[in-house]
Ligand binder design. Structure first.
Ligand SMILES: Nc1ncnc2c1ncn2[C@@H]1O[C@H](COP(=O)(O)OP(=O)(O)OP(=O)(O)O)[C@@H](O)[C@H]1O
Ligand code: SF4
Ligand SMILES: [Mg+2]
Length: 323
């Protein structure tokens, strides 16, 4: 059963870089006609380079950003124009990209974790201590860490607090926006394992956003690859990884990554000279938006490609399955 359905969602941001654009702005197509669904209990990977629109899409799903058009359907209910309150707010949680700015610096970890339990009246007051203890243990924290403020915790510990806070309210869908990108490799693996354990035990659906396909290799059921606001390939993880059909997915899998940028900024870019720099998703792009970097492009690529179904996968390319 689908827990979430995203239908033709768009979000453009206006850009005014000079006087002419002040009167006639250009638009960054951050999310450009995106559709997909997430099944109950699924680990869904959303991957793509820096700036392709992953965070914007995540925020649209948790209703922090209103899309310009399209539909968001949660458990069969159209919530596109709903303000999420009460149970609905509880059901859809997000873990943010930067653990250093997403936690209130004035609150102790234990209060951050329990905040949602109190607001949503998940349990009576006499149970809060037990709930806290259980969350602390299951998220790999310790009681002394729960007494600390966020700036007294490491990046990995902060992300554990953020995860504990999110799962405390027993959500049905968790959007995890690059929760591991700013962490050491060993800590990354632990956080991923923790999320997978939570998904298994609580049957939560997880949308795991990452710039790096290898991060989600172990756990994702399906993967969507995003490029400049569009999903260019979506399918079962094994298929996408073993036989990528979109030229961009191939490059993502084979490319040389600028690891210095990943380590310093948590930003994922391919090294220049590989397939060239990301072209900007401004409103004047016509045809396939990967064409400026695509070695397979032909005349027809000046027209917007349709989604082609190949072996249960959807691929946004005129030559899907033929390259
Ligand atoms: N509030 C905003 N106003 C204008 N442009 C924005 C805004 N938010 C995002 N953008 C632009 O939209 C595009 C997508 O941004 P987004 O943060 O969603 O990308 P991302 O895939 O999450 O990147 P990263 O991997 O670096 O986190 C970028 O070009 C970004 O500059
Ligand atoms: S449609 Fe053309 S330019 Fe776009 S990815 Fe396919 S081959 Fe490349
Ligand atoms: Mg982001």
């Amino acid at each position: 059963m689908d827990i979430l359905k995203i239908e033709r969602v768009k979000k453009y941001f206006s850009v005014r870089r000079n006087l002419a654009e002040f009167f006639k702005p250009l638009f960054i197509r951050a999310v450009d006609d995106v559709s997909f669904d997430v099944k109950a209990g699924e680990f869904f990977g959303l991957i793509g380079e820096s700036g392709c629109g992953k965070t914007t899409l995540g925020k649209i799903i948790v209703k922090l950003i209103q899309p310009d058009s399209g539909k968001i359907i949660f458990e069969g209910k159209d919530i596109t124009f709903e303000k999420l309150r009460g149970e609905m707010r509880r059901n859809i949680q997000m873990i943010f990209q930067n653990p250093f700015s997403s936690l209130n610096p004035k609150m102790k970890a234990k209060d951050i974790i329990l905040e949602g339990v109190m607001i949503h009246k998940i349990a009576p007051k006499n149970m809060w201590k037990d709930i806290l203890e259980e969350l602390i243990i299951s998220c790999g924290l310790s009681p002394d860490l729960a007494e600390r403020y966020p700036d007294e915790l490491s990046g990995g510990q902060r992300q554990r607090v953020a995860i504990a806070r999110a799962v405390a309210v027993k959500p049905k869908l968790l959007v995890a926006d690059e929760p591991t990108s700013s962490l050491d490799v060993s800590v990354r693996a632990q956080i991923l394992e923790l999320l997978e354990k939570i998904r298994r035990e609580q049957r939560i659906s997880i949308i795991f956003i990452s710039h790096d396909i290898s991060t989600i290799k172990a756990y994702a059921d399906r993967v969507a690859v995003m490029y400049l606001g569009k999903i260019v390939e979506i399918g079962k993880k094994e298929d996408v990884i073993s036989n990528p059909l979109h030229p961009y997915t191939r490059f993502l899998l084979n490319s040389v990554v600028d690891f210095k940028r990943v380590m310093n900024e948590g930003r994922y870019n391919l090294l220049e000279g590989d397939i060239g720099e990301v072209s900007y998703q401004l409103s004047d792009i016509r045809g396939c938006n990967f064409a400026p970097r695509c070695p397979f492009k032909q005349k027809i690529c000046e027209e917007q490609p349709p989604y082609v179904e190949v072996d249960g996968r959807k691929v946004l390319c005129h030559f899907a399955g033929k390259i």
